[in-house]
Ligand binder design. Structure first.
Ligand code: DGL
Length: 266
């Protein structure tokens, strides 16, 4: 029984690492649509069409028990559509944590840091209207952070000044109050949260939803027969990159995560 974790790149590994802790008896297939990275820049109709075709192939090949879309940009765009097109399949999505942020803020000033795609979505605006109408929510679309996170994960130095530039619009002072919560609404960002903390002009709560998503996915899986739980030999976890072959630094990172690289659907 496998759990598929999907993202445009390696950001979804933030969700994979939590999911593995909660579902140690499952095999994981990590899929990165890296040939199309970054999703944040795509036009909606084209991206939805691309994802629909790709999932057709992935479901046919891997027959996953559950698919976790570990990508806010993809979930806010396509999750409802994917559920319609593949009704037999269970999808767990990742959407900006606006509700918990609204419940937790004291100042009422909340920022949502995301890709330009997630910021543009009606889905995101509806979440704000439904759950955070009493707060002042600033949507901050970052064009560079996902790529900075990817580069950092591959072992390169982080340009802290670039991180600072991307996060600064999140920080607002208004009528003696300050932003106290920043929602990390892109699964790549938790990898950079320590740098963000360092470059932030004042301390805030950074909301990361990786664990909550993994918990949701775990709650939807069926318990396995006891023989499996007792450690029957299981197939290796795998990574599929739509570009065909991850570069050497990515391959090294994937090995560190215990993922064997498999070929992408053709
Ligand atoms: N990790 C993706 C997300 O959660 C976005 C990165 C991209 O732009 O492709 O939104």
């Amino acid at each position: 029984m496998s759990v598929m974790v999907f993202d445009s790149g390696i950001g979804g590994l933030t969700v994979l690492r939590e999911a593995r802790v909660l579902m140690p008896d499952r095999r994981f297939i990590y899929v990165a649509d890296d040939a199309a990275f970054p999703y944040g820049d795509w036009e909606e109709a084209e991206l939805r069409e691309r994802m629909t075709g790709l999932f057709g192939d992935l479901i046919a090949e891997w027959k996953p028990e559950i698919i976790v879309i570990a990508c806010n940009t993809a979930s806010t765009l396509a999750i409802a559509h994917l559920r319609e097109v593949y009704p037999g399949q269970t999808f767990v999505g990742t959407v900006p944590a606006i509700k918990p942020a609204a419940e937790r803020t004291r100042s009422g000033l909340v920022s949502v840091l995301a890709t330009p795609g997630t910021v543009r979505r009606q889905y995101t605006r509806d979440l704000i209207e439904e759950w955070a109408s009493k707060c002042h929510v600033r949507l901050v679309g970052s064009t560079g952070l996902a790529a900075l996170a990817e580069s950092y994960m591959r072992g390169n130095m982080v340009d802290e000044a670039a991180v600072e530039k991307e996060i600064m619009p999140c920080f607002i002072e208004q009528d003696g109050k300050r932003t106290d919560i920043v929602v990390l609404a892109c699964t790549h960002y938790p990898f950079l949260v320590n740098r963000m903390r360092k470059m932030a002009p004042w301390p805030v709560d950074w909301i990361d939803t990786s664990e909550a998503i993994a918990r949701r996915a775990a709650s939807l899986t069926e318990p396995l027969p006891t023989s499996r739980q007792k450690g029957e030999v299981q197939q290796e976890d795998a990574a599929v990159f739509t570009s065909g072959k991850p570069d050497a630094l990515t391959a090294k990172l994937l090995r560190g995560f215990g993922l064997g690289v498999r070929s992408a659907p053709s």
